[in-house]
Design a protein around this ligand. Structure first.
Ligand SMILES: [Zn+2]
Length: 383
């Protein structure tokens, strides 16, 4: 196909016809005239129905004509990966297609042999896989994260993986892609989840540092994305002092810096001898798993800070012994989810991991056909 890249590994034989499994994927028929409207729009896309192009299997979302999976949770022949978080990007697939940054991150986490072969696709570039056109578009979630558009016979489905719309200087911003079917996550898919301004949350941290200069502020943040975002936000808030980091963050922080993300001066929090500095009046960024471990007790009167969208729920903060919860999420909140669904102009929405029911209901009330996909294996904790 003219202007399209062909990739040999993605040109295998057609997958086994799974027609028998599709019955549960058929859209529900509703008397609502708006839904009929949308139904009509989708059915007009040639002879192809959405579930012919993409549907869930136990290993993940599968595209029969292209014979590939998106973010499979089990090892498969061909995998398209949205982003580097461990529940989406797993080792052991034969051939992997992803953005160059996601491939780099997979290599950092799993080693060079995480797949037999790999191919990078830049944002906006199109690839034809046995008549199915795929393209990657920024998802605004973490560095390299992408929504994957899958298109055939005039029907376009966008699998958005994880995404957010709040500004984040550490990755490319989300770009809405018009589509017939939009597949959305729903990690924070309840109206109660409205994330505050990230910079305001960071100011609560710098204020605490000024108030308790004798205490080490240990910030729990997931190693891919959240940790670098917290550091970047601290710099944006004017915090120029060196930031101490746990050893588990070093590789990814270095990678982010290599990709042009400014993180300022970072120093290891510990070395082979133990702690480098007791961290009084300093910020130490570490994976959240350190809370409750001996590691934190080495520092000066440690003050536990946790940066997560879940910090909206006080009970979760208390359970983890968090003194200063920062509501900082890399997932879309309720307003971002609903605004994004509207922007894609999708006639149908499939909802994956998270709180599917409320988003499905919201879609129905707004004349958009919607259904939960009930995909398993994606953790809403990993945020
Ligand atoms: Zn993620």
């Amino acid at each position: 196909m003219n202007g399209f890249i062909q990739f040999e590994f993605f040109r295998g034989a057609l997958g086994q016809d799974p027609r028998g499994r599709w019955a549960f994927m058929l859209p529900e028929i509703s008397p609502d005239k708006h839904i009929f409207h949308h139904q009509k729009k989708i059915l007009s896309c040639g002879s192809m129905k959405p579930h012919d192009l993409l549907h869930p299997r136990p290993a993940g979302l599968y595209c029969p004509p292209g014979d590939f999976y998106i973010d499979p949770v089990r090892p498969v022949e061909r995998a398209l990966i949205t982003h580097g978080h461990a529940d989406h990007a797993r080792a052991g697939h034969r051939h992997v297609l992803a953005t160059g940054q996601t491939l780099d991150i997979m290599e950092l986490r799993y080693g060079a042999d995480f797949a037999e072969s790999r191919q990078a696709l830049a944002y906006g570039e199109k690839l034809s896989i046995d008549g199915v056109t795929v393209s990657f578009h920024p998802a605004g979630h973490v560095l390299g994260s992408a929504q994957i558009a899958v298109e055939a016979n005039g029907l376009r489905i966008v699998a958005s993986g994880d995404y957010k719309r709040h500004p984040d200087a550490t990755c490319a911003p989300f770009e809405p892609v018009r589509c017939d079917v939009f597949i959305t996550e729903a990690t924070f898919g309840l109206p109660v989840f409205v994330h505050p301004d990230p910079l305001n949350e960071i100011h609560r941290l710098t204020a605490s540092l000024a108030q308790f200069p004798e205490r080490a502020h240990i910030v729990g943040a997931y190693s891919l994305g959240k940790a670098q975002r917290v550091i970047g936000l601290l710099r944006a808030a004017g915090h120029d002092a060196p930031i101490l980091i746990h050893g588990a963050l070093a590789k990814l922080c270095n990678y982010y810096r290599g990709q042009g993300i400014k993180l300022g001066k970072l120093a290891p929090a510990t070395d082979d001898e133990g702690i480098v500095d007791r961290g009084a009046g300093q910020i130490i960024v570490a994976p959240p798993s350190v809370f409750g471990e001996r590691w934190t007790r080495r520092f000066a009167d440690p003050l536990n800070v946790f940066a997560s969208g879940w910090m909206r729920i006080r009970q979760r903060a208390r359970q983890r012994g968090v003194e200063l919860p920062l509501i900082l999420s890399d997932h879309a909140d309720w307003n971002e989810l609903t605004a994004t669904i509207r922007e894609t102009e999708a006639g149908e929405v499939w909802v994956t991991h998270g709180r599917e029911e409320a988003i499905v209901r919201w879609c129905e009330l707004n004349g958009i056909a919607a259904r939960p996909l009930n995909l398993v294996g994606y953790e809403d904790e990993a945020e």
